[in-house]
Design a binder for this molecule. Structure first.
Ligand code: NAD
Ligand code: TYD
Length: 350
């Protein structure tokens, strides 16, 4: 009998890269993608693996405890890789409860179901929770987040993720559930919903619209290519030690304003425009409430203990990313028009 791995949030940005990697790398394991298909879930992200024998999509909501319990009864999961979440800080500022429901209660439902389904034998099982560096709060000009940095979340998004991380740790400590957590820095790459800084800016430049930079653009993020995050997740799933936390980051810090200048340069080159054209679209707008100044990750534990390293430089990754968005105009247009929502009906007829 084939083994089963449950991946939640596999229709989202990072989840889709993780699903593809697992489906292709483990042909003898069933990869089950559980996703509610919120505005951020897009099955077009993974249309290339839809028909693979070892892949199954299930539309469902992690906040529905009964549904999650039944799912764990129906399938004998050897592992869970939990990515499903509300993920956009700005949305968390306008609608915090949605984040608390999905990120906290949804994670609790999965933990409860795994704990009960696996209670007779925890060996060879793993509950892997995907989290963010934003749980550590905001850095000053120096220093890096390590796995032992104290939690200090400051937005409803990061507070909801921190809560879910604490629950995962508590289930490890109290019930001995085999859990692993990773906390990653900002991702960029193909298939990111165009509400986040990089794809939003690419789309705006393409359409000759203003690029909104919050405040003075001095905030710093540490950017990692999404496929390198997916590779790290696969490695940690395979080799990570139960009870451990691993930080994942690109060692690649940019102020927002410098990042956008670089992006403008690449866009001008790729669109065949005169140098300096896209930069004219930069517009400084009202700052985000409670805007964290700086995130930066020390990923040396993952590098030395498990041998992970990023496969591309930022210079390569940003060009690959821009090319992807320009070559996948239909994907972007379907999001803007809302047509990506039709994929599910077409494919699954309900
Ligand atoms: P995303 O918003 O692109 O995708 C989230 C996915 O979860 C979507 O497919 C959505 O439909 C699904 N989902 C949301 N609520 C659900 C529910 N109640 N039940 C089932 N499915 C639901 O997010 P992302 O950027 O791919 O992030 C994935 C994970 O990685 C999140 O846990 C996030 O906190 C974490 N993370 C993201 C980043 C980043 O830069 N994007 C960095 C570090 C960690
Ligand atoms: P974002 O992509 O939303 O990720 P996060 O808030 O999780 O780091 O934002 C990245 C940075 O870019 C953050 O400092 C906020 C800023 N930002 C802008 O300046 N303009 C924008 O339109 C967006 C969406 C973000």
């Amino acid at each position: 009998m084939k083994k089963n791995i449950l991946i939640t949030g596999g229709a989202g940005f990072i989840g889709s890269h993780v699903i593809r990697l697992f489906v292709n790398k483990y042909p003898n394991t069933n990869i089950i993608n559980l996703d509610k298909l919120t505005y951020a879930g897009n099955l077009e992200n993974i249309s290339d693996i839809d028909k693979k024998d070892n892949y199954k999509f299930i539309k469902g909501d992690i906040t529905n405890a009964d549904f999650i319990y039944d799912l764990f009864k129906k399938y004998d999961f050897e592992g869970v890789i939990h990515l499903a979440a509300e993920s956009h800080v700005d949305r968390s500022i306008t609608n915090p409860n949605e984040f608390i429901n999905t990120n906290v209660f949804g994670t609790a439902n999965l933990l409860n179901a795994a704990k009960d389904a696996w209670k007779d034998n925890y060996s060879d099982k793993l509950f892997y929770h995907i989290s963010t560096d934003e749980v550590y709060g905001s850095l000053g000009e120096t220093g890096l987040f390590t796995e032992t940095t104290a939690y200090d979340p400051r937005s409803p998004y990061s507070a909801s993720k921190a809560s879910s991380d604490h629950l995962v740790r508590a289930y490890r400590h109290t019930y001995g559930l085999p859990t692993v957590i990773s906390n990653c820095s900002n991702n960029y790459g193909a298939n990111q919903f165009p509400e986040k800084l990089i794809p939003l800016s690419i789309n705006n430049i393409k359409n000759n619209k203003q690029i909104p930079i919050y405040g003075k653009g001095e905030n710093i993020r540490d950017w990692l290519f999404v496929q390198d995050h997916a590779n790290a997740i696969e490695l940690i799933y395979r080799k990570g030690k139960a009870g451990e936390t691993y930080n994942i980051g690109g060692n690649n810090e940019w102020t927002n304003v410098d990042l956008i200048h670089r992006l403008c340069k690449v866009m001008d080159e790729e669109l065949g425009k005169k140098k300096g054209t896209s930069e004219k679209l930069i517009t400084f707008v009202k700052d985000r409430a409670g805007h964290d100044l700086r995130y930066a990750i020390d990923s040396s534990k993952l590098q030395t203990e498990l041998g992970w390293k990023p496969s591309v430089t930022f210079e390569q990754g940003i060009v690959l990313t821009v090319k992807w968005y320009l070559e996948n105009e239909k994907w972007l247009n379907n999001i803007i028009s809302g047509d990506y929502k039709k994929y599910y009906q077409k494919q699954y007829h309900n």
